[in-house]
Design a protein around this ligand. Sequence first.
Ligand SMILES: [Fe+2]
Length: 192
Amino acid sequence: MPQIIDILLEEHRNIEKLLHVLEHELEIFDRGDRPDYEILQTIIQYFQDYPEDCHHPKEEMIFKKLKSRDAVAASRFGDVEAEHEIETRRLRSFAHVVDYILADQEFLREDFHFAVHDFIEHQRQHLKKEEQLLFPAAVKALQREDWAEIDARLDDRTDPLFDRVVEEKFHTLQETILRWEQETEKTRPAKT
Ligand SMILES: [Fe+2]
């Protein structure tokens, strides 16, 4: 397996952790309590910072190569860039509803629910689609020189939240994720 695919898969698992935190905060909102808006804002900031700026470009490079090596497999996926643009728009709508609430503007509870839920669901569908249709097709079709070219074009930016050194602005979010993971571990039925 090319190393970049392992990295992308790990980044997907990290995104899933954030989607779980979002889901949890949305449940709090849905039962009429106040979610942690700061955490929501930090998650939005993370998505804008790393997945949009670093994760998506890697997948787009792979998709471009796949189009030249196996156009049928690429068309089975569709258009990765267009999907990423739609995800960016969903992230923006999510950010708007949070800004709205924090600015004490009037809003419909359904609008907030819809924007957050829509973001979570489509992210999940998108990750799954890439894992089922893009990555395996690329592993099959791309040649050694394609991977080498992609590797050479990668920047060596590290993930500001999930790498060893966590940027200060993401410390609280990292603690939330760890707490959430511990709670999930506790509620998981014991293995027999
Ligand atoms: Fe992805």
